[in-house]
Design a protein around this ligand. Structure first.
Ligand code: NAD
Ligand code: MG
Length: 413
């Protein structure tokens, strides 16, 4: 049994991780109380969640959505303060009555609220990997100063956390760890002939073979930028340098990651691919609670396969390793360029194979700068986005010129 009820804020409640979090919470009446729910603009779903979980506060990023939600909640006779904007997200993340914050906003948009939770000393359940990628040193320092705790939700990092001795913190050497191995499914295009990658669509990229996730992380999984971001995430969560983090392709997504020790032992965490397992692990930590997942039937799985990633097929993985080695602002620049690239790919304005080209072009223009304060991160992010947009505009213009001349493929698929 857990000691007393936990009070939670769920940042990004309407997303894939947010919905899975509330699913686990609902399985344990009396164990968790929801103080705040936040979303960008999906009023319908946040409204339903407010009726069901009765938070004191609901935050919508967008003003129109907030006004709409407020009106509907009043009409339903629901007492709930509806707030709006980035400051309100930070407020929801640092409410005094809250002990646990699920950080499940997608992208760097989640950084400020996640930092606020860390500074306020919360138990931070971190799904929002982009926060650690862009501002690793700053977030880790905020966790230390605020007396907070960071528990990884990303299934790979959760698996590594589970495979390390309890309380090992960042002392990998002391724990006798040689390397951490991150598994990757390889996504939907692991076997697609390379020449076809140019023409894959957003729908194909989002059809992940093993996981159902938000669209941004689905595209990241298809390019394997997701694994690249996870390598950087592992560096900050476990204090492992790039030479001690290895990626291995494992198409079944049953082994969620592994830790190799100096004596040759390898300890892994296995389970069916269902985010409710890492979510329940972190929600209940240090106790185990039921997650509602289907239990693993190894005989039915039959065989598990492993292979090395092909960096020609997945250049984004190489770019992420280089950004990690370059350090400073490089991971924030990588992330910003990737967010712009993915957004444009999803909107049909960029080809799949142009995603790494855009990111590499932006990275080449930015020698890594030291990141000391949050403002340094936000500035690197802003500048990288501006450069990425310039690159896109140039490409668009080139595409239009060539199309007018009638001799080249158009940019949109
Ligand atoms: P999603 O797109 O399904 O949901 C994102 C949530 O964030 C939504 O509630 C949305 O309203 C909110 N949001 C989006 N933009 C916002 C903004 N600018 N300001 C405030 N709120 C905003 O994403 P997801 O798949 O749930 O992923 C969330 C995070 O968790 C990502 O960082 C992702 O990499 C990570 N993650 C997800 C999974 C998964 O299975 N989905 C697994 C591992 C890690
Ligand atoms: Mg993951």
């Amino acid at each position: 049994m857990m000691d007393g009820a936990r009070t939670l804020t769920v940042l990004g409640a309407t997303g894939s991780v947010g919905v899975n979090t509330l699913d686990v919470v609902a399985r344990h009446p009396g164990k968790f109380r929801i103080a705040a729910l936040t979303a960008r603009n999906r009023t319908d779903l946040l409204f339903e969640q407010c009726l069901r979980f009765q938070p004191e506060i609901a935050v919508m990023l967008e003003p129109q959505a907030a006004a709409d939600l407020d009106r509907r909640l009043r009409k339903a006779g629901q007492e709930c303060r509806v707030l709006q904007g980035v400051e309100a997200l930070e407020q929801a993340a640092s409410l005094p009555q809250v002990d646990t914050v699920m950080a499940a906003i997608v992208g760097i948009a989640g950084l400020r609220p996640t930092l606020a939770a860390a500074r306020a000393g919360k138990k931070v359940l971190l799904a929002n990997k982009e926060a650690l990628v862009t501002a690793g040193a700053i977030l880790v320092e905020a966790v230390r100063e605020g007396g907070a705790m960071l528990l990884p939700i990303d299934s790979e990092h959760n698996a590594i956390f589970q495979s390390l001795p309890r309380g090992c913190g960042t002392g990998l050497d002391r724990a006798g760890v040689r390397r951490v191995l991150l598994t990757a499914s390889g996504g939907p295009f692991r076997k697609t002939p390379l020449h076809r990658l140019e023409h894959v669509t957003a729908e194909q990229a989002c059809a992940h073979p093993n996981w159902v996730m938000g669209r941004k992380i689905s595209v990241d999984s298809a390019t394997m930028m997701n694994k690249g971001l996870e390598v950087i995430e592992a560096r900050w969560l476990f204090g492992a340098g790039e030479t001690r983090i290895e990626v291995v392709i494992h198409p079944e997504s049953i082994v969620h990651s592994l830790v190799e020790y100096v004596d040759g032992s390898v300890i892994a965490q296995l389970g069916n691919p269902d985010m409710r397992t890492p979510i329940a692990f972190a929600l209940g930590y240090p106790e185990r609670i039921a997650a509602g997942v289907e239990f693993l039937d190894l005989a039915r799985v039959g065989a598990l396969h492993f292979e090395r990633p092909d960096l020609q097929r997945f250049p984004c993985l190489r770019l992420a390793y280089s950004a990690l080695v370059a350090g400073g602002s490089a991971p924030a620049v990588l992330n910003a360029a990737n967010e712009i690239a993915v957004e444009n790919f999803l909107a049909g304005r960029l080809k799949f194979t142009q995603i790494p080209r855009l990111i590499e072009a932006v990275l080449e223009q930015f020698p890594a700068r030291p990141l000391v304060r949050l403002d340094d991160v936000l500035e690197a992010d802003r500048e990288a986005r501006a450069r990425a947009t310039q690159w896109l505009n140039a490409l668009q213009k080139q595409g239009a010129d060539v199309a007018r001349a009638g001799c080249a493929p158009r940019m949109t698929s």
